[in-house]
Design a protein around this ligand. Structure first.
Ligand SMILES: [Zn+2]
Length: 434
């Protein structure tokens, strides 16, 4: 089932089919593991020779802050980092949200080129805000499809969040549809995600696997009160770390550790706002006669993007007024021309970010009740290290050169012998004996 007859493409599934498949397997007694298709055929003559003893795992600890990579909260991750190469100056790309940074990781190009500047955009075609969760929203090649088609190797995506699974649909040879989903958060708990990853490794032996673990982010967002907020978050970090210890035991016990390169990073950090420190730009826009009905808003937690909806000839005047009105709101930190951030046309016409400890809530003050947020500058810092048992990984090294989520794809491309000269990121070669 669910096969694509075209050998150059991965299995293409509708969301409904994928979820139905997940349900069937789970009902049969498995742990939410979904096997969506057979591995891609290994081509007889790959474009470039590739080492046959290398399995790469890109593991995203969603929303983890750099200061959480410590031996008390994350003993496994901290040990991996200490035994490999740790980058101390790592950051997300703006907007510091989940979808744009996962897109940056596997395309290696900036949002203006991959089409994903934010989680939510103003979509002029439908006249509304929407999440970028469709396969055709991603407009650039990824290492998941390039390794499959250019090197003829099996790739896999094991992504805990439903919208990530949507955006990267059809890219990898093998795709796990997150299941079961937690209501409201639309993500699968890390326990299920790592079990699915182990099953995917057992059944398909992918050479490059893209993994998202959503618990840290989701528990960072969900908690609603002071002390319990931090306790639950800390517990989420510890639990996720423990599940990665379990993964390590699996990889070691099946003889795969010496084949493994682990590229571990977060997509963005996390900031917490106080209950009343919220910015609702829509109210101020509606109250201004020059702006009312002329601006669409896409809310992205710590950032809002604004799209001009009025007549083209009035764009400059409207944007000038919008800058005055939004810039004067308490809690607003910076205003950007989306071109400054390489966001492309989907980034709208103006971007506003908030100060630490604030959040945007649009269109109403009740639209965003959650205190945990990211998207703004204070959430750009991320943990980032390269580890694993493969002999090419450099041990016990700390690198201070700045790296970004954008650098993952060129690093992976380099390991598999693919051309990365057209990417905006650059490979993190310091981590390897190559
Ligand atoms: Zn995220």
């Amino acid at each position: 089932m669910c096969r694509d007859d075209n050998p150059t493409h991965g299995p293409t599934l509708t969301r409904r089919e994928a979820l139905a498949g997940a349900g069937m397997v789970a009902a049969a007694g498995a742990v939410g593991v979904t096997l969506l298709a057979d591995p891609a055929p290994v081509w007889a003559n790959p474009v470039r020779p590739v080492a046959d003893d290398l399995d790469v795992y890109v593991i995203v600890t969603d929303g983890m802050r750099p200061d959480e990579l410590n031996p008390a909260q994350a003993p496994t991750l901290h040990r991996w980092a200490s035994e490999g190469t740790r980058f101390t100056d790592a950051s997300s790309v703006m907007i510091a949200e989940t979808l744009p940074n996962h897109a940056a990781m596997v395309t290696g190009v900036l949002p203006a080129r991959n089409g994903v500047p934010a989680n939510a955009i103003w979509d002029h075609a439908i006249g509304d805000e929407r999440t970028l969760d469709r396969p055709d929203d991603l407009r650039a090649a990824t290492v998941l499809d390039r390794i499959r088609t250019e090197a003829g190797l099996t790739t896999a995506s094991v992504l805990s969040k439903d919208y990530l699974h949507g955006l990267f649909g059809g890219r990898a040879s093998v795709q796990w549809a997150p299941f079961p989903l937690v209501p409201v958060t639309d993500h699968s708990l890390d326990w299920f995600t790592v079990e699915a990853l182990k099953q995917t490794i057992t059944d398909h032996a992918p050479r490059m696997t893209f993994v998202n673990l959503g618990d840290m982010d989701r528990f960072g967002h969900m908690d609603l009160s002071g002390t319990s907020l931090r306790l639950a978050r800390n517990q989420a970090v510890y639990n996720s770390d423990h599940k990665l210890w379990d993964l390590e035991q699996f990889v070691r016990s099946t003889g795969r550790w010496e084949r493994s390169v682990l590229i571990v990073l977060a997509d963005h950090g996390m900031d917490w706002s106080e209950p009343l420190r919220l910015i609702s730009a829509a109210g101020a826009i509606d109250a201004d006669p020059a702006l009312r009905g002329r601006v669409g808003i896409a809310q992205n937690g710590g950032a809002d993007t604004f799209a001009h909806l009025g007549p083209a000839g009035e764009r400059e005047a409207t944007l000038a007024r919008l800058r005055e009105v939004v810039g004067a709101l308490p809690g607003v930190n910076r205003l950007y021309d989306p071109a400054e951030l390489d966001l492309g046309e989907r980034g709208g016409d103006l971007v506003a970010t908030c100060h630490p400890g604030w959040r945007f809530s649009d269109p109403t003050p009740f639209s965003n009740p959650i205190p945990g947020n990211h998207g703004h500058e204070v959430t750009l810092g991320i943990p980032f290290f390269i580890a694993g048992g493969h002999r090419i990984v450099r041990r016990g090294q700390v690198v201070d050169r700045p790296v970004r989520t954008l650098d993952v794809a060129p690093t992976v491309a380099r390991l598999f012998g693919l051309d990365h000269s057209g990417m905006d990121g650059r490979p993190a070669l310091e981590a390897f004996h190559l």
